[in-house]
Design a binder for this molecule. Structure first.
Ligand code: ARG
Ligand code: ZN
Length: 884
């Protein structure tokens, strides 16, 4: 079953031109595909093997070669393939007619229906559910698409490229013909047909070309597209300014649909989005939603160059486009909002979700070496760690060097399907750089452990860092080599200012202006190394791994006092935040040990005092303060324990939260009061920052569960005029059981039951609750009219939300595991991709105690024994059960 990178072979046949005709219908849709096929090399004509789907999903009507129907024996149709046994040795036209039933397609890949409209999702391998094809990204063709459908039911007919022709047909039907002038792999094909309205704007490119921009939505959402449109225009401008990349067609379309497995899809000039990443009004979308919309609209737009113009040779190279495009969207968000706060959020996400993935049974390199189902490899490792790998080039080569590498990459590979090695070669060649062991980042799974010890030599005035790195073993990779890690460091003098770094290991350092820099990038590439800084007048406080310059688990001998000093003074804002987090992690893990022994808990006063200084520092960005006073997540702490103990972690989290709230009550109350405003909602960075601080403070206060705070939250809940504040108040009220909680949830439901996206938030808050015995409540919500098992967003909110609350998912009695297994088995029959995402919550099962392990294992075994299981779920579960 598994497919291996080492087995890659270039295709025997190329497809130069594809003409597709869709006759959309209510009972079935007919697809006629006419392909100009050309042998890729002379000599022999091996069988042409086309990918397809099971007969129940894809009915073959006929096959023709150069206009002549093939007879039995000339072709073979197996379960999922169509083979042309002995095709002509010269170029020829292959014509295939198939019938499909999009209206019954609940997998939401290929052509399917959502809210009565047709839409597609082809990446990674959905095109084979539409027609038989060489469904692989290194087969690139020019497409012409003709769509025919009922004019009343499907007034809007869209595909990639330019509209070439449209008109009416008999019987109330009409048609449109779309031509895409750029070659593309089939995963970038898209079709949309239905009752949609659009908003329109334009963008004038740097060379003066006018591009029409349209966002298509259902009629009732017409007033919710303004922010997405603004984001698109900002993204187009940013890619010109930052990377010199201009848009290449006269039209760019975005379509928002309610049923979508993932976030969004970069189909050439016809991006299709999960509606939660397009639709926004102040009343219905939170600040977080606004930020995501801007980021994802940017992400999909940036794919036009990093993904579409230059695509992947095979799916093992997915990070070539995804890691790079995530890096690009992170940079875009940094430039549009706050760079420091963006970086903090990105690292938090990496730590919370990618580090555990890298330490579990699904651990894989940024470029995986094998897979059973490609859809299982749209992972945090490929996306988020992949973006860190791209960021490391930037750190090693500098911003200008990185840009040179990007320019060369586009120059060399425009119109091609390439590999991660090609990207590396462009970066290396454009800079004449020695990248040493850097390529290992594409081969070795697992998060490197980096430990740093320091020594100050009073007499010699030198400061020495000793680094040790180790890449932990993972499935199939028992032994690993050290890799090149760029480690950015600065040294703080006694006054808190950065010391000039004149030389390291005897090599003089010079900043851009020739003067000694205050930060430098160390190339750490051995198992053990030392770096000695000269001319250090007094014992410094080291600021290590500034801006999180490499995705590693760092330990060091920096003391608690030094961390508090860094929190107060570091010129690198990321490391100020990191200092507070490192300290909090240490203190909390220590408390978890105490809680397990039943000892009384106490929180170090110095920590609370340091948080108070941050909270009351008027010079700091409020969004930064909100992040800096927030505790590490429970999953992050669990990930750091030898045997994760969700109950003790939860107890400690609650204790620390309440202690801080009690000790800093006045300051937190002030943060709430002084940041409440009557101003109309605006999603600008400063306004978002105010709300972030206010709502973080409110969350702390809510933990005290006192009547006056509850009254305040309920009043805020009722008077709020935007979703950010309303939802924050609801979340605060939902922490404590009781009448206020029930009232607020009921009022929220009454107010918003007509809005599916807002209902997902309502489901999510209840599902992810840590209140004891929540599984029963979540079960009852499965029957609620606000829930729908066929809608991925609702499943992610309710089932995914439940699995994210460790105390209930890992409940001692196994009820959480049983619940999840049941839902996975139900889902697997409907939508295997969604089922597979949900079952992934089990992958960490070995991190818990024996009793929990045996209960989780029993559920995994129950799943894997189930007949007719999808490959998607099978892959995750069988890998989870493999001996560690
Ligand atoms: N390329 C899309 C994006 O990152 C995601 C497609 C996900 N598809 C999948 N089958 N997992 O923008
Ligand atoms: Zn992407």
């Amino acid at each position: 079953k598994p497919i291996f990178l080492k087995d890659y072979r270039a295709p025997d046949y190329l497809f130069d031109k594809v003409n597709l005709t869709f006759e959309l219908g209510e009972d079935y849709t007919t697809v006629t595909s006419s392909i100009l096929v050309r042998p890729s090399h002379s000599g022999g004509s091996p069988p042409l093997i086309l990918d397809g789907a099971e007969p129940k999903d894809l009915e073959l009507v006929n096959v023709k070669v150069n206009g002549k129907a093939l007879q039995t024996g000339d072709f073979e149709r197996s379960q999922k393939k169509l083979t042309i046994v002995s095709p002509p040795a010269e170029a020829y036209t292959l014509e295939i007619e198939t019938k499909i039933q999009p209206q019954n397609n609940t997998a939401l890949e290929g052509l399917y229906k959502t809210s009565g409209n047709f839409c597609t999702q082809c990446e990674a391998e959905g095109f084979r559910r539409i027609t038989f094809y060489q469904d692989r990204p290194d087969v690139m063709a020019r497409y012409t698409v003709r769509i025919e459908g009922d004019a009343a039911r499907y007034p809007v007919l869209l595909s990639n490229g330019n509209l070439a022709e449209q008109g009416d047909l008999e019987g109330g039907r009409h048609y449109a013909v779309w031509e895409d002038p750029f070659v593309k792999p089939c995963y970038l094909f898209a079709l949309v047909a239905g009752q949609l309205t659009h908003t329109e704007d334009k963008f004038v490119t740097m060379s003066g070309k006018e591009v029409t921009l349209r966002i298509y939505v259902q009629e009732h959402n017409k007033d919710k597209t303004a922010y997405a449109m603004r984001s698109l225009q900002a993204a187009m401008k940013w890619d010109e300014d930052t990377f010199g990349r201009e848009y290449d067609l006269d039209l760019f379309n975005i379509v928002a649909v309610d049923d979508f497995n993932m976030g969004a899809m970069e189909n050439k000039s016809l991006n299709i989005f999960n509606s939660r990443l397009v639709l926004a009004t102040p009343e219905t979308a939170t600040d977080g939603d606004y930020t995501s919309i801007e980021g994802v609209v940017g992400h999909e737009y940036f794919h036009n160059w990093t993904g579409n113009r230059v695509t992947c040779r095979d799916w093992f190279q997915l990070s070539l486009k995804e890691g790079l495009t995530v890096y690009r969207d992170q940079e875009f968000t940094s430039d549009m909002t706050s760079r420091a706060v963006t970086r903090i959020g990105d690292v938090q996400r990496l730590r919370m979700a990618q580090f555990p993935e890298d330490a579990g049974p699904m651990a894989h390199p940024v470029r995986p070496q094998s897979y059973i189902k490609m859809d299982n490899f749209y992972t945090l490792t490929v996306y988020e760690k992949g973006a860190e790998v791209v960021r490391m080039y930037e750190t090693l080569l500098g911003k200008a060097g990185f840009r040179k590498g990007m320019d060369l990459y586009f120059e060399r590979h425009d119109g091609q399907a390439v590999t991660c090695d090609d990207f590396l070669a462009a970066m290396r060649d454009a800079n004449g750089a020695d990248l040493g062991t850097f390529p290992l980042w594409y081969q070795q799974a697992g998060t490197p452990r980096l430990s740093i010890t320091t020594h100050y030599d009073e007499a010699a005035k030198t400061f020495t860092l000793t680094t040790k790195q180790e890449v932990p073993p993972s499935a199939g990779q028992p032994v690993k080599q050290p890799m090149l890690l760029p480690v950015t460091v600065g040294l703080l003098g006694p006054d808190g200012a950065d010391l000039p770094l004149s030389s390291v290991n005897g090599r003089p350092l010079a900043g851009p202006d020739g003067a000694a820099p205050t930060s430098t990038v160390l190339r750490v590439d051995q198992a053990e190394q030392t770096f000695t800084f000269d001319n250090i007048p007094a014992r410094p406080v080291p600021s290590l791994l500034r801006n999180f310059s490499a995705p590693v688990r760092l330990t060091s001998d920096v003391t608690d006092e030094q961390l508090i000093f860094l929190l107060a003074h570091d010129s690198d804002p990321f490391n100020r935040w990191e200092a507070a987090q490192t300290l909090a992690r240490k203190l909390m893990l220590d408390l978890v040990g105490k809680a397990q022994k039943g000892d009384t808990l106490q929180l170090a006063p110095a920590f609370v005092a340091a948080l108070k200084d941050v909270l009351t520092d008027a010079a700091l960005d409020k969004a930064f303060i909100a992040r800096a006073i927030s505790l590490p997540s429970q999953s992050e702490l669990a990930d750091m324990m030898a045997v994760a103990d969700p109950d003790a972690i939860h107890a400690v989290h609650k204790f620390v939260t309440r202690t801080i709230a009690a000790e800093l009550r006045a300051e937190l109350q002030h943060a709430v009061d002084s940041n409440r405003t009557r101003d109309a909602y605006s999603p600008d960075t400063a306004s978002k920052a105010r709300r972030a601080l206010k709502n973080t403070a409110l969350g702390y206060l809510a933990s005290l569960n006192e009547a006056d705070i509850t009254d305040m939250a309920l009043a805020d809940f009722r008077s709020s005029t935007n979703m950010t504040d309303q939802l924050a108040a609801l979340a605060a009220l939902a922490v404590n059981p009781g009448e206020a909680r029930d009232t607020a949830l009921a009022e929220f439901y009454e107010q918003w039951k007509g809005d599916g996206l807002v209902m997902n938030k309502w489901l999510g808050i209840q599902a992810a609750s840590s209140l004891p015995g929540n599984v029963a409540h979540v079960r009852s919500l499965l029957e609620h009219p606000a829930f729908d098992m066929k809608n991925p967003n609702k499943v992610y909110a309710l089932v995914g939300g439940f699995a994210s609350a460790a105390v209930n998912f890992h409940a001692r009695d196994g009820s959480g595991y049983e619940f999840l297994a049941e839902q996975v088995l139900k889902l697997d029959k409907i939508n295997a991709q969604v089922a597979s995402r949900m079952v992934s919550a089990f992958t960490r099962w070995r991190r818990y105690d024996d009793d929990r392990q045996s209960k989780a294992k029993a559920q995994l075994e129950r799943i894997v024994r189930t007949e007719g299981l999808s490959e998607n779920v099978y892959e995750i579960v069988s890998k989870s059960l493999e001996p560690a």
